[in-house]
Design a protein around this ligand. Sequence first.
Ligand SMILES: O=C(O)CCC(=O)C(=O)O
Ligand SMILES: [Fe+2]
Length: 303
Amino acid sequence: MPGDRPTTSETPHRSGGLLSNPANLGIEGGRSVLYLPNFITVCCSTPRSLPLTPTLTSGRRRTIFNSEVLVQIQESPQPKWKNLQNRRLQIWGGEMTAKGTLCPAPFPNFVTQYPDLIARLKATEAFEGSPHGVPNHIIMNEYEAGQGIMPHEDGPKYHPVVATLSLGTHCVFHYYRYSDDASSTTPHGAENSGTGRSIDRTPVLSLLLEPRSLVISFGDMYTAHLHGIEDTFEDHIKSPVDLGGDSDSPANAVHIGNWDLLQDQKLKEMITRGEPLLRSTRWSLTCRDIPKVSTNLQRLRGF
Ligand SMILES: O=C(O)CCC(=O)C(=O)O
Ligand SMILES: [Fe+2]
């Protein structure tokens, strides 16, 4: 079972780069997760020709900040999208076969040039122990308000480090543990993972992912935990003043482990005032390294 695999993921190297900044390492509980706010700045991600202010467009397009990546995503033609039941996505860097081999394809220019996302991810040193030293595969998920992703593991076909860039609206990202590895039943307060193992419904860690932030999961948070996003239209976050338990927060208010790292003053003020955070469209770029990559020769031979 994935959670029983030995932890081959090596803690991202922390001697330099972005991860050397102690301010980046302040996730509560010392979990194997790094949260980097403003990984892409509005300034760097906004071509001069585009307005800095949010624009309102029609249809699936929503009020968002303009960035080159978002413009390109929104302009991409229908055939680039895969439609799933509760969201749609694009795959960049090539398709992975059922056996976990990447048939490589070039990344779109806008993720390698403006901004150079791959170089920035390399600079974090999170992928130093990975076979290619950088991600070679990106899944770009699009979530409308009310959409999420069920608790799941990313699995052993990837090198066990995943970096996710959030664009558009915020989201609340939960990490879960299996409730009883030995049990095949689903105890109270747990749900089944679809793999026969039960999941404890109370997250071990929840993070508020701000727009343009990067979250990196590694170590046992990759190999032995699950992650997911609830399919909700609004998120209620506990403000630090609530933490004594003496508050008016709704019962479903979430305690987040990265309050001290948050940079978005507007979001923080809303949370402090006890206001829910309304979701809009969010795009996430989930960046990973697939160790096995097919060569042209293998491809010609059909593997
Ligand atoms: O959208 C996210 O932040 C998570 C996506 C994810 O977990 C995945 O693509 O495996
Ligand atoms: Fe995932």
